[in-house]
Design a protein. Structure first.
Length: 290
């Protein structure tokens, strides 16, 4: 697994690459825009050139761009849906310009009053339709949209594998859709992978429902809350309810040797926590016999 962390873009998007290199990241994640605002300024050719120049120097790959927290492709409010579409379109276009491989998105949230399966399926269909439009609008892009597994907090969609399957099944360009498995979210959603038995069973289940060919990336976070809590609270690796052993299974799984594993754990500006968590993960990697 190619280990890394979410990096700040203060000072320019290329700074995320420099910060990643500083703490020995192999892969990184960043925000293309202010994730708590609908507004996003244009990206200049100078910014693009600088990003590509630094990336060639630091050899970090792949890179994930994380979408805005405001985006909701399942919204029933036409104005909010239009804003969500336009914001994600802008993100995808910028990610493509920068050569970013993956655009990570949260599938969407439905109104509290609409909890039945019919409404959920309608919402999943709407998400897929919006993504199909986005992929047509960015047809020259190679950036792959990743649906992130969610914790099931509130009325969020994506905490069940079949939610993601429903969306993927409706996507016309299958080459540009995939999944990012968030360990803390999926654990909170009720997926147990803390023993070798449950680990293997979970991935067999994932493969049967979605298909491992659609799994492209990981968010590596321990969980402050219990299995099935449906509460999104991240903890440092080995200091939460998931525990080190489960992360050991992941980082030693040959199926995922080229997949990015991105930390989203709490940290300060000096990134000491990232260094600690990366060290913890790397110490779990078993040395291969010559």
């Amino acid at each position: 697994m190619r280990l890394g962390a979410h990096m700040k873009v203060d000072g320019g998007k290329f700074k995320a690459l420099e910060r990643g290199k500083q703490i020995n990241c192999e892969a990184i994640q960043l925000f293309i825009r202010n994730v708590r605002s609908w507004n996003s300024g244009p990206i200049t050719q100078k910014e693009i050139d600088k990003f590509i120049e630094i990336r060639n120097e630091v050899k970090i790959w792949p890179i994930l761009s994380h979408d805005s927290y405001l985006i909701n492709l399942a919204s029933i409010d036409p104005e909010k849906l239009e804003k969500s579409y336009n914001a994600l379109l802008d993100d995808l276009q910028k990610s493509s310009m920068l050569g970013i491989e993956y655009e990570n998105i949260h599938p969407g949230v439905i109104p509290k009053r609409d909890k039945d399966n019919v409404i959920k399926e309608e919402a999943l269909t709407q998400i897929a339709n919006q993504l199909n439009k986005l992929m047509i609008a960015t047809e020259k892009s190679n950036t792959i949209v990743l649906l992130e597994t969610t914790a099931g907090q509130g009325e969020g969609l994506g905490h069940k594998f079949h939610h993601l399957k429903s969306i993927i099944d409706k996507i016309e360009n299958k080459k540009r859709i995939g999944v990012c498995f968030d360990t803390a979210h999926s654990f909170a959603a009720g997926y147990d992978f803390r023993t070798k038995k449950t680990y293997n069973e979970m991935w067999d289940n994932f493969d049967d429902i979605i298909g491992l060919k659609y799994l492209f990336a990981f968010h590596l976070n321990d969980s402050l809350n219990d299995l099935g809590s449906r509460t999104d609270r991240h903890a440092h690796i080995g200091q939460g309810k998931i525990g080190k052993e489960a992360f050991g299974f992941l980082v030693n799984d040959e199926r995922f040797k080229d997949h990015p594993g991105i930390l989203e754990t709490p940290k300060e500006d000096d990134m000491k926590e990232d260094v600690m968590n990366l060290s913890t993960l790397r110490l779990l990697i078993k040395k291969k016999d010559n």
